[in-house]
Write a new protein. Structure first.
Length: 67
């Protein structure tokens, strides 16, 4: 198993997770998620798919409002 790049404590597990931008869901995407801190890491291919989904949803380049 790979160690987490962020915390260095947990291991990375392959999962499919919901990707949310602000309050809008852009879909489910494959990621490696840390068992300790919960940080999610995406492949470059998946990152491109998330970017395409954000552009299609009209939120690409917009900063989500924090409530």
């Amino acid at each position: 198993m790979k160690a987490c790049h962020k915390c260095g404590k947990g291991n990375l597990e392959a999962k499919e997770i919901d990707y949310e931008y602000g309050e809008r869901s852009l879909g489910r995407f494959p990621a490696e998620v840390c068992t300790s801190c919960g940080e999610a890491f995406f492949s470059s291919n998946t990152s491109e798919k998330i970017e395409q989904a954000a552009k299609k949803a009209g939120v690409w380049g917009k900063i989500p409002v924090q409530h």
